[in-house]
Design a protein around this ligand. Sequence first.
Ligand code: ZN
Length: 203
Amino acid sequence: MKIIAIGRNYIAHAKELNNPVPGSPVIFMKPDTALLKHNQPFYHPDFSTDIHHEIEIVLKIAKEGKHIDQKFAGNYFEEIGLGVDFTARDIQQNLKEKGLPWELAKGFDNSAPVSEFIAKTEFSDLKNINFNLQINNREVQRGNTKDMIFPFESLISYISKFITLKKGDLIFTGTPEGVGKVNLGDRLIGYIEGKKLLDFEIK
Ligand code: ZN
């Protein structure tokens, strides 16, 4: 499986990092070794002193497809979950300044904690899903899928022009504003529509 992630999909987040609002989705990938499941703790690596949390809605691809038309893109995922796109912001900033790829800042081991997945049919409106992240019982990020610049269908269609999507692939759909540093001992709890899906510690 592969993990495809979207950068700058919420205007307020693009602005907080002084990035322009993109005209087409910003795409990057994480290797399968980035996956962290079952609310296992995240062990803070020593190569960064500025690991940021980015809470994101994650789509699980249900069947193989390429050149998927937006009209049919909704048929390619059945479940959604919650993930954290951990980002070594210090390394990313350095790479961005040099115009270099982001992989080391985004794709390191365990940089993609994901929750269990929920059938999309449990949501009355996929374009109006609230999600949020608390650290040590304080809310740090809150988003709603209605604020996505590129909605789920348009992401699936766009990605599949370039990269064949396969069953089990995950798409991290971008983070709302409020990203920030995590610290040893932090407890991260993530919710979709009030349902607790993520609950893990930084060690
Ligand atoms: Zn992200």
